[in-house]
Write a protein that binds this ligand. Structure first.
Ligand code: GLY
Ligand code: MN
Ligand code: MN
Length: 433
């Protein structure tokens, strides 16, 4: 008995939701596949620096491409990968002990577990990056793939600035964009990524279900936003994947409404576009609810048209042929056509003009993930289908958004459809307080 108690105590002391990192082998295989794409080129990529965190509220977040290739979440690192023969080095910044007092201890290249913790056979100190590049880059002509949009000279990117100056010597170094070949890899999610995306979606599903029980007249939009963040963060998400949108009444027609400052009134609709990020992977989901638990006839009419448009896009989907937008097989066109041939506004006009955004986007490490919307949707891609109708004149906005995976068999798998969606299911879920 005592042993069971000790085991239980130990389990209780273990954080239930540590960050889920994929295996070192997964990240290494991405680097190898990238190297094969780069041919004679050499990749030089930099981590975000601590001062550049995208959002002060949630703290440091690693650059998506850097994380994708390394699984490394600490700031200020650099990555070099070259093929023929394959070489890779992870460079870590020298310790800054006074900063570590503020932001926590960091792993250094001198740590005995640097190789096992990172999965790199070679981990070196960032100060050596320049000398190593001189050794690795083939002479007389070298092609360096890097993030060309990163013009800042932070501590870690200074060697690239130096290389650019060295490029004053003609025919020595040319720079190429690393984002495109990395995006080609990121577009198709591997099994480990799908596990993380599912966890982001599962936690977000529970957040939306909790919101359905909590929405009622007199509750503020901010309270629902806070409740949803609580629900997905207690299930392991580290932060929202984007600014949560909870907009009721007229605010339901404002696409990127994120003030969430209103109070919900009986007779209004509320659009809740809220999703959590789990171990860097995003969920992006929208549901629209009648604040008092019952759609009016007009709200129901518009709601059913938006739902019908989403279903029409799902029904039209053919793996390897359909696109999000562009070409003859765009799902956008299917949804738009559905909206334009169902219902009317108060002036008898068709509704397509109130569908004012795209139908969807890829989702992965970024909520609006890399990938061409004109590309045919292949197995392993994850994307949203999110039609909406926004009629400011009627203070009536409806968006329904779910996240889908194209399965290996080419069939669409909805990752978020466990959230009630048909109008009567929504009303039933809201009645369960
Ligand atoms: N939440 C942002 C979007 O739906 O694209
Ligand atoms: Mn979206
Ligand atoms: Mn969304």
């Amino acid at each position: 008995m005592r042993r069971i108690v000790i085991v239980l105590l130990l389990l209780a002391a273990t954080p239930l939701f540590a960050f889920d990192r994929q295996s070192n082998a997964d990240y290494r295989s991405r680097r190898e596949r990238l190297a094969a794409k780069l041919g004679k080129g050499t990749l030089v990529l930099f981590a975000s620096t601590e001062s550049e965190g995208p959002n002060a509220l949630h703290g440091f977040r690693q650059n998506d491409d850097f994380f994708y290739l390394t699984g490394w979440r600490e700031p200020g690192a650099a990555l070099v990968v070259a093929a023929n023969p394959y070489r890779e080095i992870l460079f870590l910044p020298a310790h800054n002990l006074s900063q570590e007092k503020w932001t926590g201890p960091k792993l250094g290249a001198d740590s005995s577990d640097a190789a096992s913790a990172t999965g790199f056979e070679r981990v070196d100190v960032l100060d050596h990056l320049r000398d190593e590049l001189v050794k690795i880059l083939p002479s007389p002509v070298a092609q360096v793939y890097t993030d060309l949009s990163d013009s800042g000279e932070t501590a870690s990117t200074i060697p690239i600035a130096w290389l650019r100056r060295a490029n004053a010597f003609p025919n020595y170094i040319s720079f190429a964009d690393a984002k495109t070949p990395i995006a080609e890899l990121r577009l198709i999610k591997d099994a480990g990524e799908l596990t993380l995306l599912r966890k982001a979606c599962d936690a977000t599903v529970e957040a939306h279900k909790a919101a359905m029980r909590a929405v009622k007249p007199g509750v503020s939009e901010g309270e629902i936003s806070a409740l949803m963040q609580y629900e997905f963060q207690r299930r392991g998400c580290e932060m929202p994947s984007y600014s949560p949108i909870v907009g009721s009444g007229f605010n339901s027609t404002v696409l990127h409404y994120s003030a969430n400052g209103g109070t919900m009134k009986s007779g209004d609709l509320v659009v809740m576009d809220v999703g959590g990020e789990y171990s860097m992977y995003a969920a992006d989901v929208t549901r629209t609810l009648p604040v008092n638990g019952h759609f009016t006839d007009r709200q129901r009419e518009i709601y059913d048209i938006v739902l019908g448009a989403q279903q029409a896009a799902v029904d039209a989907f053919v793996a390897g042929t359909s696109t999000i937008k562009g070409g003859d097989h765009a799902l956008y066109r299917v949804a738009q056509e559905y909206i334009n041939t169902h219902g009317k506004d108060l002036h008898g006009e068709p509704l397509a003009k109130y569908f004012i955004h795209g139908l969807g986007h890829y989702v992965g490490l970024a909520v609006h993930d890399v990938g061409s919307y004109a590309g045919a949707l292949q197995p392993g891609t994850v994307f949203t289908i999110e039609p909406g109708i926004y009629i400011p004149e009627e203070s009536l906005g409806v968006r329904i958004e779910d996240q889908y995976l194209v399965g290996e068999d080419g069939k669409l798998v909805c990752l978020t459809c466990a959230i009630p969606k048909k109008a009567e299911e929504v009303e039933r879920a809201m009645a369960k307080k």
